[in-house]
Each structure stands twice: as C-alpha cells, then as structure tokens.
Design a protein around this ligand. Sequence first.
Ligand SMILES: Nc1nc(=O)c2c([nH]1)NC[C@@H]1CN(c3ccc(C(=O)N[C@@H](CCC(=O)O)C(=O)O)cc3)C=[N+]21
Length: 283
Amino acid sequence: MTATIIDGNALAAQLRADVARRTAELTARGTQPGLAVVLVGEDPASQVYVGKKVQACADAGFHSVLERYGADLTEADLLGRIAALNADPRIHGILVQLPLPKHIDAQKVIAAIAPEKDVDGFHVASAGALLTGTPGFWSCTPYGCMKLIESTGIDLRGKHAVVIGRSNNVGKPMALMLLQKNATVTVCHSATANLKHHTLQADVIVAAVGRQNTVTADMVKPGAVVIDIGMNRNAAGKLCGDVDFEGVKQVAGWITPVPGGVGPMTVTMLLVNTLQAAERAAA
Ligand SMILES: Nc1nc(=O)c2c([nH]1)NC[C@@H]1CN(c3ccc(C(=O)N[C@@H](CCC(=O)O)C(=O)O)cc3)C=[N+]21
C-alpha cells in the first residue's frame, strides 16, 4: 500500500478562496481586514516566509503593512511600534516574525500585542484560551495541521495521536488541539526514551522536531496519518521535513509532503485568523 498524499497547496487554495470571498463582503460593509507584519533583522528564511505572508494578504484582498527594521532596533523602539499598531484601527492582526535578534526579549514583545490582534496565537491569553477551550486565536501551524488531518475524513475521537516536539508555538498547542478532538495524545521530545515504541502505537503522527529522518518507515503503523511540520535543508540544500517521505509513504495511509504540506497551511490560517479578528472588530 502506498499513502495518499495530503496536498497542502490544494487545501490552502480552497480555504484562501473562501477567505477572499468573505473579505470582499466585509470590505463592502466598510471593514477591510488589515495585517501588520514586523520583521527585525536580515534572517534569510524569515525574509522568504514574510514575503509569502504579504503576498497571501494581497491575494486575499487584505490591507497589509510590512515593517522592516535593522537588527540594531532597540527593544523599546519595537515595543513603541507594537503600541502604535495596537492603536491603529486599520490593523486587525499583528505578527512579529520570529526569531528576533538576541538583545530583544521575544516574550515581552508578544505580551505587548493586544490579544484581540494576536493572529499568530502566541500571546499567553491566546495560549490560555486554547488550553481552556474558550474563544481565542489558535497558533497557525498546528491549526493548519488540524485542517490537514480533518481533510482525510478521519474522526480523531479515541484515536492515538503522537506529537513529536513540545515547543510553545507548535508541539504544545498541537497536543491541545488533538486532545480537544478527543484523541488520546502522547507528547514525545528529546528526552523520550524509546520514540519508536510510541510512534508504532500512533494512528496519527505529527513531527515537529527540526531534524531530518526523525520518523522512518519502521516507526510507523500501517495506515497511519503522518503530518510533517519540519523545515530542514538536506546536504544538497533541498528543503525537507522531519519524516523520511519516500520510505514512510510505503507504510502510512496519509502523508504530507515538504514543501507543499504544512507550510502553505500556516500562511492560510494566518489569513483565517486575521479575517476573524476583522469580523470581530466590525461586529
Ligand atoms: N511570528 C511567527 N509566525 C510564524 O508563523 C512563523 C514565524 N514567526 N517564524 C518562522 C515560522 C516558519 N513559518 C513558515 C511559513 C510558511 C512556510 C511555507 O510556506 N513553506 C513552503 C515552502 C517555502 C520555501 O520554498 O522555502 C512549503 O512548505 O511549501 C514555511 C514556514 C512561519 N513561521
């Protein structure tokens, strides 16, 4: 058996068409959704991702602002910019691209974003809303993964999901979202004694480690759903995920590719969250 490829580009295009339609309606009623993207420093990967976000905003009919600053921007100046964007009625969502230069405390900057504009879902208020199941913005990458899993038609209730990785922005929120859909959730990480023991039990595997070939064919139960959040460069400089795609697709039931899987969905959920922020502001 060979796995069905979950096409993130196709699902993203579908959802973005819906966002564009709702954006046109909201704009006609006097509120054009607006996103501000703040980029500090010259990290090359960040430039690529931010470019994709700004392009996606334009395609959806959003108002968007890209603020770029040199790596020498002070924390106080950045906090000043956040305060100005919090007060700007044309801006419904604020995204500060991570990582930030070392002299800036990222937690402090995220805490300064008004929770109703935290479309990245990184503020403690957003994290707390997810934890407690109350309304708030969900972190875009795990939210996109939930949409990819949903597209398989599999009901997560009672299924065993194994998340590999426990970061605040990906692994932890991923586990909470799966739990909310009534999956039995195991979170594995760098100190997990026998990763394969856990992944072999999994109906759903979500890999968010940042190391290629973390998940190989011998670690996957036949028919499992495998979601690959990894973004790595292999020895040849090619973009690859955490999963050995060629090997695992011989065993899995469904699998996401890299590129073309989770990445386009991350940007899409940013649009979804920003549209929702604008709809709330208009209501
Ligand atoms: N505040 C903040 N919010 C983020 O959401 C955020 C961030 N900081 N920092 C970095 C990570 C990474 N990230 C990606 C977004 C799109 C792709 C994407 O579109 N990837 C394409 C390919 C990209 C390529 O060709 O290089 C794909 O997988 O098909 C990837 C990664 C958002 N992040």
